[in-house]
Design a protein around this ligand. Structure first.
Ligand code: ZN
Length: 148
């Protein structure tokens, strides 16, 4: 049955071709930021950088042991930081998302401990948590691609 054999081999070729094309990566996950994406991220990062600019204000309040104003700053102007940082993390490339989310959560946990220290008027803990928050804050900002 030469005819059937050639049909079978033809089918085999088709199946093999199909399998190879299926196993090759289709729409590849992007690994670099397109210029439009970078521009969009600058808009998202702006309110976060504004808060970063006010960290020295918080530092002064801690140094002066002005716990009431320190607490007001954390709960007021700094209040949207969590939402803004997590939204920005989700806008990053998959390879950066997880790290950005983790670093953002670090920042909040330091702010929470700083807030608790402010309420119990513990300067030492407040200063340590402030420094840690600042370090993680900058680590977060370093993950965001900058417009060249
Ligand atoms: Zn930390």
């Amino acid at each position: 049955m030469p005819r059937l054999r050639s049909i079978l081999s033809l089918i085999l070729v088709l199946v093999t071709t199909l399998l190879v094309s299926c196993s090759s990566p289709q729409a590849a996950v992007p690994t670099t930021y397109a210029p439009e994406k970078v521009a969009q991220l600058q808009v998202y990062v702006q309110p976060i950088e504004e808060i970063r600019g006010r960290m020295s204000e918080l530092q002064t309040l801690i140094a002066k042991k002005n716990w009431v104003d320190a607490g007001t700053l954390i709960h007021g102007p700094f209040g949207d930081l969590r939402k803004d940082m997590l939204a920005l993390s989700r806008s990053l490339l998959p390879k950066d998302q997880k790290q950005a989310t983790e670093v953002a959560k670090e920042v909040f946990s330091h702010f929470e401990r700083l807030d608790a220290a402010a309420r119990s008027r513990n300067s030492e803990v407040a200063e340590i948590q402030f420094r840690e928050a600042l370090k993680d804050f900058d680590a977060f900002l370093n993950l965001i691609p900058k417009a060249s």
